[in-house]
Write a protein that binds this ligand. Structure first.
Ligand SMILES: Cc1cc2nc3c(=O)[nH]c(=O)nc-3n(C[C@H](O)[C@H](O)[C@H](O)COP(=O)(O)OP(=O)(O)OC[C@H]3O[C@@H](n4cnc5c(N)ncnc54)[C@H](O)[C@@H]3O)c2cc1C
Ligand SMILES: NC(=O)c1ccc[n+]([C@@H]2O[C@H](COP(=O)([O-])OP(=O)(O)OC[C@H]3O[C@@H](n4cnc5c(N)ncnc54)[C@H](OP(=O)(O)O)[C@@H]3O)[C@@H](O)[C@H]2O)c1
Length: 492
């Protein structure tokens, strides 16, 4: 029981959690509701590409195959890559497919006792001999149910699937009074490509939203229906989309993903020197934003379409809302009547997280206050929920990279390499990150985006694990070179 770990989900995060817990001698059992691995990459809209440049979306010890030559592989190439990884590290035998976790319940110390602890899990250790999790699973093929008992749970259930975010409509002003059809992007993405193509063919379509799902689906509609039935895109907020990652020829990573870029913004728990630097360098930060904005405006002719965002590019980065725009997108969208509405309005990953807990107290704790980010220490551990971690909720520009370093950190924690601070100290730390996210992501703070401070964040995980956080050779490289997964391939 001590070393028995349940991992819920076999997407990228679950596979990484499985690999790294195995490497420390644990016995992971991975529950996956679907019949295969890969999570969001198993089925998506036909035109989906990786939108993170491939070198940033790569397992640190498993390069992309040389047969994948493009920088932004198509979705089935991503899935092949993830599957090869699972085969390479022999992970499949640890996964129970078609096994949906219906709920997890903590058994042992009472909820009152747990809430009174000042050390996580009672002792500060990941396992507590008095406490265990009961994991109730349902076999989706024969509907049978079973209960597993484990010492630790890792939730890798994903943020962008399962529960759609459906806008609330006033009474008699929603889909019930609309004569056409209304679906969510999740439904469209789950259709086989032929049925999806048939659904949109020859229709007047409105796509709601202006993030990646919306742009991709609108593009598919437009390519399918041409000028005869132009596609309408209905959105609340204009966003900065990127036509490529080379504004005016400068790689975006040099502007936003190196240590120098992190000096330009305030950091949670920063020293006085960092405060001074971030304050005095703010004109440089502004210049970087204007530099990128001028490029996007020019290249996409945003002025002509009246679609210049009101916020700066920095906020776009800080909200993890960088989206690549399909080529000639703006030339194709127009306003017209509608037969079909596709709500590309995102997902309720927070609800999914809440629903997995049986206890109403844990359900409430995990989401925290609606006015704050989900309170996870190091974006993994809820200070008041024992013997449990969450991987893949908080976002970055490359979620694979982020999940991998978190899984390494977590496996070191489970193995006893380091201990967590007191609950009070962890709460203080999460509050600082909450402040940072509110400062830089504005209304998108609930996305818990660490992208603009990924190196700073990694530094903390490295220090916890006893790794050297400086991964580059020489001062200049350390300051200016963008960081990515291969920088963390080995502990030293
Ligand atoms: C279409 C699309 C494209 C994307 N492109 C990019 C990109 O280019 N770059 C980037 O950084 N990120 C991208 N993302 C974000 C993406 O979510 C992450 O990159 C990453 O794949 C998430 O992996 P995950 O394992 O955390 O979650 P998921 O892939 O969502 O996997 C979660 C798994 O958990 C399983 N599960 C959930 N609940 C249960 C349960 N109760 N019981 C059992 N199993 C359960 C699910 O079936 C699923 O297999 C994209 C997302 C989408 C939707
Ligand atoms: N690699 C790829 O090609 C690819 C493809 C698809 C998805 N993804 C990723 O998957 C994740 C989810 O993407 P997503 O596009 O599905 O969701 P998302 O990023 O959460 O975007 C949701 C969109 O819906 C809008 N919206 C939400 N509620 C609305 C309402 N009530 N009325 C009008 N608009 C509303 C939002 O507008 P506001 O911004 O105004 O709130 C936003 O434009 C993201 O991380 C994305 O990058 C990647």
């Amino acid at each position: 029981m001590e070393r028995q770990v349940a991992i819920i989900g076999a997407g990228i995060s679950g596979l990484l959690a499985c690999k790294y817990t195995l490497s420390k001698g644990f016995h992971p059992i991975v529950f996956e509701a679907q019949s295969s691995i890969g999570g969001v990459w198993t089925k998506t809209v036909q035109s989906t590409n990786l939108q993170t440049p491939k070198p940033a979306y790569q397992f640190s010890d498993f390069p992309w195959p040389s047969s994948v030559t493009q920088d932004f592989p198509i979705h089935h190439q991503v899935l092949d890559y993830v599957q090869s990884y699972a085969h390479r590290f022999n992970l499949l035998k640890h996964i129970k497919f078609n096994t949906k976790v219906e709920g997890i319940e903590y058994e042992g110390p009472s909820e009152e006792e747990v809430q009174a602890w000042h050390l996580w899990s009672g002792t500060g250790e990941p396992f507590n001999s008095r406490g265990k999790w009961k994991v109730s699973v349902r076999n989706t093929q024969n509907d049978s149910t079973e209960v597993y008992t484990v010492g630790f749970v890792i939730l890798c259930i994903g943020r962008f699937s399962g529960i759609p975010n459906i806008p609330e409509f006033p009474p008699n002003k929603g889909p019930e009074v609309f004569e056409g059809k209304v679906i969510h992007s999740m439904e469209y993405a789950s259709m086989d490509y032929q049925s999806a193509a048939q659904l949109i063919k020859g229709k007047e379509i409105t796509v709601v939203g202006f993030s990646k799902s919306a742009l991709d689906i609108a593009m598919e509609c437009s390519v399918s229906n041409g000028k005869k039935h132009p596609c309408r895109v209905l959105y609340k907020t204009e966003h900065w989309t990127v036509p490529d990652y080379l504004p005016w020829g400068v790689p975006l990573g040099y502007l936003y993903l190196n240590r120098f870029a992190e000096l330009l913004i305030h950091k949670p728990g920063e020293s006085f020197l960092h405060t001074i630097l971030a304050t005095f360098l703010s004109p440089v930060r502004w210049l970087f934003s204007k530099f990128v904005e001028s490029y996007i405006k020019r290249k996409l002719r945003l002025d002509k379409f009246g679609m210049v965002p009101k916020h700066g590019f920095l906020q776009q980065v800080c909200s993890c809302l960088i989206t690549t725009i399909p080529e000639k997108f703006y030339d194709r969208a127009a306003a017209l009547k509608t037969d079909l509405v596709i709500l590309a309005t995102g997902f309720r990953g927070d609800k999914k997280l809440k629903n997995i807990f049986v206890s109403p107290i844990f359900q409430e704790l995990i989401l925290g206050s609606p006015d704050a980010t989900v309170p996870l220490y190091r974006e993994c551990i809820h200070p008041q929920i024992p013997q449990l971690a969450v991987i893949g909720f908080s976002e970055s520009h490359s979620n694979l990279y982020t999940s991998e370093i978190r899984c390494r950190w977590l496996s070191e924690l489970l193995d006893g390499t380091f201990q967590l601070p007191t609950i009070k100290e962890m709460k203080k730390d999460t509050a600082k990150w909450d402040g940072f996210m509110k400062q830089y992501s504005a209304q998108y703070y609930r996305r818990s985006c660490i992208a603009p401070l990924h190196i700073w964040y990694n530094d903390q995980l490295c220090k916890d694990m006893g790794w050297n956080p400086r991964r580059k050779k020489g001062f200049i490289a350390e300051l200016l070179e963008p960081y990515g997964p291969v920088d963390y391939a080995s502990p030293s």
